[in-house]
Design a protein around this ligand. Structure first.
Ligand code: NAP
Ligand code: G4F
Length: 326
């Protein structure tokens, strides 16, 4: 009988962590989720699978906690999804962002090296590393030019992953994922802010939606499609780095247009531009070339941009109606 595989996910309470846990459970894995201690529990995204996963306490700030978890559970695969992941916050908390999003990667890689260097490792790298892009579209060989402390931290996380692979012959992969969204996205990210804002306006709970730069363009996919690529990377014969993207880009303005349109409204009547949401340095355009992932992994996105916008607006309408007992 085949041995059941065990995976450790850091960041299991986040958007991607919840989808990846579901995916791995479906694949027959035993899933260990690392959670950090807080005064209130934050299991909203995983409450439907909480009885199927093992939750353990640890923190990317604390290498000892990581070593203990690895020694106790001996996972076959580690998915490092934990991070301070909100770009805007990285300007107000640059050192904290560097500690978690950059040095946190070294701590977990080093814990793996100490406990068992045969454990396979996935690092959640980001298209934010391309920043002020030097090539369109962006692929694995495109040079990085990060535009935020978050982007800089992710560049460090990417290269330390490559370095541990080359220094210690570890099976370490960096997935350079372009923006991926869902109804589980945090409310501060622009897509969820829009879908939630549209639902509130449609239900008469708000009159306007205040946003920053409407011209920024992103290559937006569905998070549920992207977590499959993480698993695919760790289940190849050789470790490598991959861009994961749809190959299509849309502006924040276009997202607004479609989202308001979905409920029969015109975004121009409700969206107000607000300086508070502009960034000190912007990433104007991201569009990825995922040819390597398609040809090597056999990965391709399954959800269109239009389907993504509609599902997010529908979900927020449903959630708000439930909360309002409508
Ligand atoms: P998310 O929803 O913000 O989730 C982040 C997770 O990290 C949460 O579970 C959070 O725990 C955990 N975390 C934060 N600091 C921690 C620490 N010190 N120790 C342990 N856990 C900690 O992010 P996401 O959208 O799922 O993204 C997952 C990963 O992919 C992140 O590394 C992100 O930077 C990267 N990424 C995301 C995208 C995207 O478009 N979503 C694209 C490229 C790369 P709490 O719940 O306790 O806060
Ligand atoms: O939704 P965002 O905050 O995502 P951003 O900065 O692209 O970062 C996300 O994707 C990265 C992958 O490229 C991840 F690594 C990262 O962890 C995160 O998941 O902003 C998208 C765009 C930006 O250009 C921003 O300036 O939307 C613009 N925007 C316009 N108005 C706004 C707003 N963003 C936010 N959050 N809030 C606004 O009101």
């Amino acid at each position: 009988m085949a041995k059941i595989k065990r995976a450790l996910i850091t960041g299991i309470t986040g958007q991607d962590g919840s989808y990846l846990a579901e995916f791995l459970l479906d694949m027959g894995y035993e899933v260990i989720g690392m959670i950090r201690r807080s005064s209130t529990v934050n299991f909203e995204r995983i409450k439907h699978i909480q009885d199927k996963v093992t939750l353990v306490s640890g923190d990317l700030f604390d290498e000892v906690s990581l070593i203990h978890i690895l020694r106790e559970y001996r996972p076959n695969e580690v998915y490092n999804l934990a991070a301070q992941s909100f770009v805007q916050t990285s300007w107000s908390q640059p050192v904290f962002t560097g500690e978690v999003t950059a040095l946190g990667v070294t701590r977990i890689l080093d814990a793996i090296r100490i406990v068992d260097p045969d454990i396979r490792f996935y690092q959640a790298s980001s298209s934010e590393m391309f920043g002020k892009v030097v090539e369109v579209p962006q692929k694995e060989t495109t040079p990085f030019y990060p535009r935020s402390p978050y982007g800089v931290a992710k560049v460090y996380g990417h290269w330390i992953t490559v370095n541990y692979r080359e220094s210690y012959d570890m099976f370490a992969c960096s997935g350079i994922l372009f923006n991926h969204e869902s109804e589980r996205r945090g409310l501060e990210f622009v897509t969820r802010k829009i879908s939630h804002g549209v639902a509130r306006i449609k239900l008469g709970l708000d009159k306007e939606l205040r946003l920053g730069n409407l011209e920024a363009q992103r290559d937006w996919g569905f998070a549920g499609d992207y977590v499959k690529a993480m698993w695919m990377m760790l289940n190849q014969d050789q470790p490598s780095d991959y861009v994961i993207a749809t190959g299509k880009t849309h502006s924040v303005r276009r997202f607004c247009e479609l989202a308001f349109d979905h409920v029969g409204l015109d975004y121009r009547d409700y969206v107000v531009q607000d300086e508070r949401f502009m960034r000190p340095a912007e990433v104007d355009l991201l569009i990825g070339d995922a040819t390597k992932a398609r040809t090597t992994l056999g990965w391709h996105p399954e959800t269109s941009f239009e389907e993504l916008v509609a599902r997010m607006v529908e979900s927020d309408l449903r959630l708000l109606k439930q909360a309002q007992h409508l």
